[in-house]
Design a protein around this ligand. Structure first.
Ligand code: 5GP
Ligand code: MG
Length: 183
């Protein structure tokens, strides 16, 4: 049996807020002023981030929001391999697509999302992730917008979970994983 407990704060709520505002301003500046922008948030982890990010975009941008569901980490902190992704990809046609995810880790999720979006003949495709664990990459993919680069540590909070827990934390924190001794 694994047991999990909260570790130290890696990113305080105040620095996340500041960085999300910067990302929103940069994305707004880079986005064309005409045409529809389809923001695709990757559930469940990016729900909190995407909710804050789209509210940084001004009223004169034609922003639409949809969600994709990606299979998440099955148990605790271990990946189950290639992600399964479900979304209404047809909505990408003729739009400027912005894929928003919580963490860029191995890169499998983002590269799959990018491939699926591009098949629909969007006008453009960009990607934004709050966190980037560069050392963990298994496939060659980078995001156009990155909030923070972080070391290879499992983190929770601000939408990110560990076996379903801690998505509601305002700060981003690391997790201590311990294997309980069986009796
Ligand atoms: P990738 O396909 O890049 O390996 O995985 C990306 C997904 O793995 C993220 O969207 C996130 O759901 C999950 N993930 C990767 N690292 C972490 C982490 O440190 N904490 C949590 N909660 N999820 C993570
Ligand atoms: Mg995710």
């Amino acid at each position: 049996m694994m047991s999990y407990s909260l570790g130290p704060v890696l990113l305080k709520a105040s620095s996340i807020t500041r960085r999300v505002a910067e990302l929103g301003a940069r994305i707004t500046r880079d986005m064309p002023k005409c045409g529809q922008i389809l923001v695709v948030g990757v559930l469940n982890g990016a729900a909190v981030f995407v909710a804050d990010l789209i509210r940084q975009m001004p009223p004169d941008l034609d922003v639409r929001l949809m969600f994709a569901s990606a299979s998440s980490y099955k148990d605790g902190t271990e990946s189950e391999g290639a992600p399964k992704i479900q979304a209404d990809w047809k909505a990408a046609r003729g739009r400027h697509v912005l894929i928003v995810d919580d963490i860029l880790d191995t890169g499998l999720t983002l590269s799959t999302m990018l491939r699926k979006a591009r098949r629909q003949l969007p006008v453009s495709v960009r990607s934004c992730v709050l966190l980037d664990k560069k050392e963990r990459r298994k496939t060659k993919v980078e995001a156009d917008y990155v909030g923070f680069e972080i070391p290879d540590e499992f983190v929770v909070g601000y939408g990110l979970d560990c076996v379903g827990m801690w998505r509601h934390l305002r700060d981003i924190r690391s997790v201590k994983v311990e294997e309980d001794e069986g009796w």
